[in-house]
Design a protein around this ligand. Structure first.
Ligand code: ARG
Length: 482
């Protein structure tokens, strides 16, 4: 059986005097990548058709046929039976042509009051909305994994760095919670993007709206394009609805930030795993050996995550550039939004899944506990914190408490550090008599201030690294993520 859409060149045939070359067909077709929108495409068609029927634009019998046909197509695609045809250009024409083959005229009525322009904009939004939900859930999982590891290491001391120079001791938990804050903001950004993504273009038709009495609000409700109060969310300008892809761009921007946070964490894991730090171990399943150096365990997964960040940021640049310079309304340029968007979603989801496992480990059903997550070498961290005069600021603060202005105290401590470094020892190793040589107000209690623990516990401002503060933050995150 042939029908109008069997060959793409026949979809708008009467006007065209020559067929497309094979190369141009391949160049313009999107079906081999946009077929992954099929579920959203069918959901959109069902909602549109149901509305056409309730509005009396198509008959109840047509609506029943469309449902039956799209049901069949769903099963065929799910079971891999569906034959995708390059000749039919994209996911939309492929499904519509098959529907018409299956149910005849009802299939041809589906496109009443609709254009592929509002159809594709709807599909991408529906698809992305669900992917955002999956990503948001993964962001929660990753935060939980980090909070769990943090909870076991509140009293583990790590040298905090600025300029990658030892600065002040911090709790390892505090360090991990910094990433929890980043991923929490990422999740907020995703929720925000979701709100603007979850709006309905259908009803805009090609660009100007349509002559049929469509009930757009009904379609929005059927597709779950509603706000928290259940109010339907519509794109309110037909030209804008079919043409802008800013929701995809802002999603990719939010995804880029997630990847950048992942990349920073990766960079730290890579450093911490190197023999020179030896602060942490990640499980062997995330590392590889070398084909020549038998002793090597390379942190391939964090390195790849750092590398893939470039790819996602590249997609953001691609999408921004795609949009720039497009006149209103729809242009075929927009077909190029899909591959970068799909790849961003795939890369981000895989990366988050792997990081959840790498940081937090996997649940062992026998013990009911997570195993195989990040392992911490507390001793190596503490030893590293001991080097580099991490408590020099504490000595300055100590002198301030004795009444000195901070700038003077800073200068005095610089002398003390210099003396300690010529003796190749820590500040706390200098005898009291030597320390008193720098300032007579220094007493025996200085050694408490100079200890790593003393330094840590002293930083008890809200959001500081004192263990009591860190425990409060862990509690807050736990409640938030419960
Ligand atoms: N495959 C197209 C896309 O992804 C669908 C919309 C085509 N619209 C058109 N007027 N050619 O953008």
């Amino acid at each position: 059986m042939t029908n109008q859409l069997d060959k793409k060149s026949q979809a708008w045939s009467a006007l065209f005097s020559e067929p497309m070359s094979e190369l141009v067909k391949r160049y313009t077709a999107s079906v081999f990548f946009d077929q992954r929108l099929w579920r959203a495409d069918i959901a959109g068609s069902l909602a549109h058709a149901q509305m056409l029927a309730t509005q009396g634009i198509i008959s109840a019998a047509d609506w029943a046929d469309i449902q039956r046909g799209l049901g069949q197509i769903t099963r065929d695609i799910e079971s891999g039976q569906f034959e995708w045809q390059l000749d039919l250009e994209d996911v939309h024409l492929n499904i519509e042509a098959r529907l018409t083959q299956l149910v005849g005229d009802a299939g041809k009525r589906l496109h009443t009051g609709r254009s592929r322009n509002d159809q594709v904009a709807t599909d991408v939004r529906l698809w992305l909305r669900d992917e955002i939900d999956a990503i948001s859930a993964l962001l929660v999982d990753l935060q939980r994994a980090l909070v769990d590891v943090a909870n076991r290491h509140v009293d583990v001391i790590l040298p905090g760095f600025t300029h990658l120079q030892v600065a002040q001791p911090v709790s390892f938990a505090h360090h991990l919670l910094a990433y929890v804050e980043m991923f929490a903001r990422d999740a907020e950004r995703m929720a925000d993007v979701r709100r603007r993504t979850n709006r309905l273009p259908l009803g805009s038709a090609a660009l100007a709206g349509t002559t049929y009495p469509l009930d757009r609000e009904q379609v929005a409700k059927l597709l779950g394009m509603v706000d928290e109060q259940g109010q339907p969310q519509l794109c309110m300008n037909s030209l804008d609805a079919v043409s802008d892809r800013d929701f995809a761009i802002e999603f990719t921007a939010a995804a880029s930030l997630v990847m950048i946070h992942i990349s920073r964490l990766s960079e730290e894991l890579i450093l911490w795993m190197s023999q020179n730090f030896a602060f942490v171990r990640i499980a062997d399943r995330f590392t590889t050996g070398s084909s020549i150096m038998p002793q090597k365990k390379n942190p391939d997964v964090p390195e790849l995550a750092r590398g893939k960040t470039g790819r996602v940021v590249g997609h953001l640049m691609g999408l921004l550039t795609l949009m720039k310079g497009q006149p209103l309304a729809y242009n075929k340029d927009n077909q190029e939004d899909k591959e970068p968007l799909f790849d961003t979603v795939d890369t981000l989801k895989d990366t988050l899944r792997i990081f959840c496992d790498m940081v937090g480990g996997q649940l062992n059903p026998a013990t009911g506990r997570k195993e195989g997550g990040i392992e911490v070498n507390a001793q190596a961290m503490e030893q590293a914190a001991q080097r580099g005069y991490a408590t020099a600021t504490d000595l300055a603060d100590y002198l301030v408490k004795k009444g000195l202005p901070f700038r003077d105290a800073h200068e005095i401590v610089a002398h003390a550090v210099r003396a300690a470094s010529t003796h190749a020892c820590d500040l706390a190793d200098l005898p009291l008599s030597v320390l008193q040589g720098f300032h007579p107000a220094i007493g025996q209690d200085v050694y408490e201030a100079l200890s790593l623990q003393g330094s840590l516990h002293a930083r008890h401002t809200v959001g500081g690294t004192a263990p009591a503060q860190v425990r409060q933050q862990i509690e807050r995150h736990r409640l938030r993520l419960a």
